[in-house]
Design a binder for this molecule. Structure first.
Ligand code: ACO
Length: 151
């Protein structure tokens, strides 16, 4: 993976609560008011299920989080109990966009999914991000459908 000098790709750590992790995700969507306790509970849940949750970040030369991404690994019955990787919550801090960090995050998560034995990796995105994912080697394979619940 190609990263700028001093930047690192690593798993999310408990200390990332106060290390720009939540603010980085705000470029993607609403994060909400998450307390440190809530973050720690969620982190423990992710950490106890590493075969399912693989939350990652890219940090800059000061160790500050500047990009986020989650790989979820789904164990299926079909395809001989095959595994499918799902990419979620990709965000690059505004001031760091255009430095190929998004590409590095997708490459890092895709390599991880392959190493974990996934037979494919999929994601949903807005039409305006299709070009980005094509640059990352992905191709359009369908349509996203959703239903929202009021709670
Ligand atoms: N449309 C077309 N091409 C794009 C786009 C885009 N929206 N964004 C980047 N590219 C191109 C770049 O120009 C570059 O091309 P090049 O290799 O020819 O120079 C290539 O894709 C790689 O770009 P990066 O520098 O790696 O992109 P960046 O680090 O800025 O990250 C990202 C892109 C993640 C879309 C960023 O702009 C971002 O965080 N946006 C807001 C949040 C968001 O939309 N996240 C994706 C949600 S979908 C999901 O989570 C599964």
């Amino acid at each position: 993976m190609q990263l700028p000098e001093g930047y690192s790709f690593r798993k999310v750590a408990a200390g990332d609560y106060s290390n720009n992790y939540l603010d980085t995700l705000k470029v993607l969507t609403t994060v909400g008011e998450i307390s440190q306790g809530q973050f720690e509970d969620l982190f423990k849940e992710w950490d106890s299920l590493p075969e399912v949750y693989q939350p990652h970040v890219i940090t800059n030369e000061s160790g500050v989080v500047v990009a986020t991404g989650m790989l979820l690994i789904e164990r299926k019955l079909i395809h001989g109990c095959g595994k499918v990787g799902h990419i979620e919550d990709i965000a690059v801090a505004k001031s760091e966009q255009g430095k190929k960090l998004g590409l590095a995050m997708i490459n890092g998560l895709s390599d991880l999914a392959e190493k974990k034995g996934c037979y494919k990796i999929i994601l949903d995105c807005s039409p305006h991000n299709v070009g980005f994912y094509e640059k990352c080697g992905y191709s359009n394979a369908g349509v996203e459908m959703s239903k929202r619940f009021d709670h």
